[in-house]
Design a protein around this ligand. Structure first.
Ligand SMILES: Cc1ncc(COP(=O)(O)O)c(C=O)c1O
Length: 457
């Protein structure tokens, strides 16, 4: 199928004149047209020129997990909007209750869902709860939140304060106090040579806790698989040790599933690969595959209980609101999204197609010396490009971007780590929708093969 767009030059001009796009330098748009996406169906998207693309990044940022053009989601949202579009979240809603029940059924050990509307906001909710728990139980002392080098938790000032990607944070300080960085766990760029890197990397967290004082550390916030920081799968033994450390020092574990959540890695949640018992789980992007804005902060009955202990204390409950957390389109879409994943067996498909994608990328690594490392879990993969395999010196990021541009010209949209880490924006990112077929996967890696040949020959 190809669409022949009507003339939308007026749209392009309106966009050029009045829209400030995300995360992009605008000077070039004075001479070239900004990209405007017009239509999507399944794995394919069409831009304003009518050009068809295979979308290997689910809407650019790991979001459209069930693919484009899902009528049943659109219909459910439409029906819900006509019945009851909105009421503030101090009241419940029919889809809100139903989705919470469904979501909790996939998350043993968790019981409570707090609705809001972006990944950043969901993370802020958890941060606020940690701070309030510190006040309730520890005189405010156990308030520090640890975050990891190379992880990202969002765009607000507090989330950037918990951000391990220095190019995202640069020029936006000063930051919120009380956030403390721990080292990354990317074995390919291991900070030391050791037989048991996973345990070593986790032990570095303990070092930070001991340095800061365990009685000052309230929580540890981590991505199960780091996304924009370079698709970092955890080394063996890492999570077991992290769990032990959190238990030892009474530290709440906050898992940021904004990217991994709702199927991306082949399980409902990324943390479920690693036997982790979180206290907070935050999620956004794939919860409704981008058909509606919805984010959730999910926690345990134990945490929930702390906020209702004293019904007479007017300051004792969670005094927070998210206006758009009361929109019903989000949970209505999320219910259908989850039903699609179940009915179409998309978790199994993600595991199978993810294995194919990794195999294909490993094949490309044999052919192209510029690929230094291939990593991934499910349909969430990365290929790190290096100028020299021995020194692991990163390729010039312009070259990594040239690979993306070449794929785009072939009609395949892939991603690359972008304004994340100084000198290390060199990992190609692949996150096609969970409906990917073997042909889709092969089409993606064939395009990458051609692009690498052209850019690096
Ligand atoms: C791991 C992670 N957490 C949080 C966020 C922030 O989500 P949002 O952009 O919805 O605020 C992102 C966004 O890319 C993310 O990758």
């Amino acid at each position: 199928m190809a669409i022949v767009p009507n003339d939308i030059s007026d749209v392009i001009e309106a966009d050029r004149a009045n829209v400030w796009h995300h995360l992009i330098q605008h000077k070039p748009f004075e001479s070239i047209d900004p990209r405007v996406m017009v239509e999507g169906k399944g794995m394919r998207v069409w831009d304003a020129t009518g050009k068809e693309h295979l979308d290997a990044v689910s809407g650019g940022v790991w979001t459209v997990n069930v693919g484009y053009g899902r009528e049943r989601i659109a219909n459910a949202v439409r029906d819900q909007l006509l019945q009851m579009p909105y009421f503030a979240g101090s009241a419940g809603s029919i889809p809100g209750a139903k989705f919470a029940e469904k979501l909790i059924s996939k998350m043993p050990g968790m019981t409570r869902v707090y609705y809001c509307n972006s990944g950043s906001e969901a993370n802020e909710k958890a941060f606020k709860m940690v701070r309030q728990i510190a006040h309730k139980k520890y005189g405010g002392k156990k308030h520090k939140i640890l975050y990891r080098d190379r992880d990202y938790h969002g765009t607000t000032i507090a989330c950037l304060s918990a951000g391990g990607q220095d190019e995202r944070g640069a020029q936006y300080g000063p930051f919120t106090p009380g956030f403390v960085r721990v080292p990354h766990c990317l074995e390919y760029r291991a900070q030391v040579e050791t037989e048991n890197y996973g345990e070593w990397a986790a032990n570095q967290i303990e070092e930070v806790i001991l340095r800061e004082g365990p009685d000052t550390v309230g929580a540890l916030c981590l991505e199960p698989v780091t996304a924009g920081g370079g698709v970092i799968t955890p080394p063996e033994g890492y999570w077991e040790r992290v769990g032990e450390i959190c238990a030892k020092y009474d530290i709440l574990l906050h898992i940021d599933e904004v990217v991994c959540g709702v199927g991306r890695t082949g399980t409902w949640f990324g943390y479920q690969h690693y036997g982790i018992k979180p206290d907070f789980v935050t999620m956004a992007k794939g919860v409704a595959s981008g058909y509606a804005a919805i984010a959730c902060m999910v926690t345990t009955e134990e945490v929930f209980g702390m906020f209702k202990e004293d019904a007479d204390d007017p300051m004792g409950y969670f005094r927070d609101i998210s206006t758009f957390g009361g929109c019903t389109a989000g949970p209505a879409a999320a219910l259908e999204n989850m039903a699609i994943i179940e009915e179409e067996g998309l978790l199994d498909n993600t595991t199978a197609m993810g294995a194919r994608l990794i195999d294909n990328l490993n094949g490309l690594m044999e052919k192209h010396r510029v690929i230094g490392d291939v990593r991934g879990k499910g349909l969430f993969c990365g290929a790190e490009l290096v100028a020299d395999r021995a020194t692991k010196e990163a390729v010039d990021e312009k070259k990594a971007q040239a690979v993306v541009a070449d794929c785009m010209s072939q009609g395949v949209v892939i991603g690359v780590t972008n304004r994340s880490l100084p000198g290390l924006n060199n990992t190609l990112c692949f996150s096609p929708a969970l409906i990917s077929t073997a042909d889709d996967i092969d089409e993606i890696t064939t395009a990458v093969d051609k692009a690498l040949t052209r850019v690096f020959s």
